[in-house]
Ligand binder design. Sequence first.
Ligand code: ADP
Ligand code: MG
Length: 292
Amino acid sequence: ATPTSIMVGTGRGAEMGVLFRKGEALQLLKDARVVALDKTGTLTEGRPVLTDLELAPGFDRTEVLAIVAAVESRSEHPIARAIVESATAGGIPLPTLADFESVTGMGVRATVDGIEVQVGADRYMRLLGMDVGVFADTAERLGSEGKSPLYAAIDGRLAAIIAVADPIKASTPAAIAALHRLGLKVAMITGDNQRTAQAIARRLGIDDVVAEVLPEGKVEAVRRLKAAHGRVAFIGDGINDAPALAEADVGMAIGTGTDVAVESADVVLMSGSLQGVPNAIALSKATIGNIK
Ligand code: ADP
Ligand code: MG
């Protein structure tokens, strides 16, 4: 491609809200084989709401929600906002906490009124030596509904299973259909629960799912897709996506995502819409394909 064609292409991209931070990305995209996407905040709105809360025997709903929300009030994860909003909408006052800690890919913990509280994924509970088996049926149902199950442990005892649901962006189904029409394989890479990820992937017609991965696992997944299929574009919005954005042949960040993601990306989708992905690939084919 000539410098002029690159300039024209990046200009066209900007007009449709696709910002090429590196001209090279415009050249590489036309030969992408796989588009891999993060789930939360990329395929979905990233604004989950609390939908379910089931208690273990002996626990009180208001009390558990207050304690859990207090811990989550210090977290920046979208899940945290869902839980805090649910508590504050119910007018539940939050107790004070100390000693807050975020455990990457697992959940959060803190001390509330001198009591140890942990909130997070089932693997976090297992790490803590807690058996989540009592909630197995509930977890299975929630996952198959595309909801994300979480657990709360209070003073070393499993207290509740909580579910959050994150709506799929309105623009997502059409964007995936467009990628399929362009002949690409579409994959999802997420830290979320396996069953939840599968349910959402099925709903969207996504070909390949990698779930329950830590940020380093996202990098590994991108690397494997590259080895198996060829050129890979990865789309993400979170701090956790930054390493995978860098590993992909073309990293594309959601413009409304975190600064770290945007800075690690070759391309920025200025609006939250995923339509920018097939648009950028089509633009690359039109710009680079015609002018050699
Ligand atoms: P993702 O946002 O893609 O799911 P993360 O690595 O941020 O990936 O989180 C992985 C999992 O850890 C989440 O799906 C959730 O189960 C759990 N988790 C992370 N942060 C929190 C939090 N603040 N509260 C509860 N659970 C959390
Ligand atoms: Mg995300």
